[in-house]
Design a protein around this ligand. Structure first.
Ligand code: PMP
Length: 287
């Protein structure tokens, strides 16, 4: 089935959708994005993604070309026409395509922004076999820029990190800066010690995960202890459990770090429970 995508106000078949070669997203990674998951044909945490999108735009002094209501409508229409039951919606907004390449920001009055949305169909997303098996990660240096709290489309280093893991037969990489874990290539990172969930506190060093916020809230509501602080790879190797969170993986166990198995090498008890709570509670609030 040919996907229907959304480009600058139009719904088009994917092979007819076009963006200019002068688009600053293409030339300079001057763009922001969001990924919202779909379960049972409904959007998970749409509000959180819309709020973070606005924050990313504000931080880059970029206008928002679409209202929250319209954005919700476009998300829902794409889910409907593409018949998505489980999957994701990718959204990207760039500073648009000026007449020529120039480092100076174009005048927003004369250069309309580019907005693109498309669906990714992922049947079985919630019931993923990887969630039962757990992931193996390696640690790598965090060589990204200093404003990781802004969700920009500069994803080259995270993509290289994922390849470094893949090339040694592992699933993902956790990035380390000044001796402490920042986050995964496309997810937030956690360890569990006793019944305590430990994850790095929010700052410009990491993306403020929408799934992170929900999972920590549900964990606290379930009387689990949460500590937001830095941790090292050595501490992580000694942990009882570890996991990641993101909109497309929800809560996913990590069972090996740099070749060292955690606990008995299986997902443990806290992580699967958190995944269950997250999926159950998020589905209740899906729109
Ligand atoms: N950190 C990074 C670097 C990411 O790319 C992502 C996913 N886009 C996350 C964390 C998780 O964020 P969210 O839960 O909002 O998907």
């Amino acid at each position: 089935m040919t996907r229907t995508v959304y480009v600058n106000g139009e719904y088009l078949p994917e092979n007819e959708a076009k963006v200019s070669i002068f688009d600053r997203g293409f030339l300079m990674a001057d763009g922001v994005y969001e990924v919202t998951s779909v379960l049972g044909g409904k959007l998970i945490d749409f509000d959180g993604h819309a709020v973070r999108l606005q924050r990313s735009l504000d931080e880059l002094e970029m206008n928002n070309p679409i209202s929250k209501e319209e954005l919700l409508e476009v998300h829902r229409e794409l889910v409907r026409v593409n018949e998505i039951d489980e999957g994701m919606i990718y959204l990207q907004i760039t500073r648009g395509a000026p007449d020529d390449r120039d480092f100076v920001f174009p005048d927003p009055e004369t250069t309309p922004q580019t907005i693109v949305l498309f669906t990714q169909n992922k049947p079985g997303l919630a019931n993923s076999p990887a969630a039962k098996k757990g992931m193996k990660v390696i640690s790598i240096e965090d060589a990204r820029w200093g404003r990781r709290d802004i969700k920009t489309v500069q994803l080259l280093y995270p993509s290289m990190g994922k390849m470094m893991a893949k090339n040694v037969g592992k699933d993902d990489a956790w990035m380390v800066e000044d001796g402490f874990v920042t986050e995964g290539t496309s997810n937030n990172a956690y360890i569990v010690k006793g019944n305590k969930i430990i994850t790095r506190a929010l700052s410009n060093d990491i993306l403020h995960g929408i799934t992170r916020a929900a999972v920590l809230r549900f964990a606290r509501e379930a009387q689990m202890e949460v500590e937001e602080r830095n941790f090292t790879i050595d501490e992580a190797k000694e942990a009882d459990e570890a996991f990641i969170t993101s909109a497309s993986t929800f809560v996913m166990p990590v069972v090996e770090i740099d070749g060292v198995s955690l606990g008995d090498g299986a997902p443990g008890s806290v992580t699967p429970r958190l995944r269950e709570i997250y999926l159950e509670e998020s589905l209740k609030k899906a729109i």
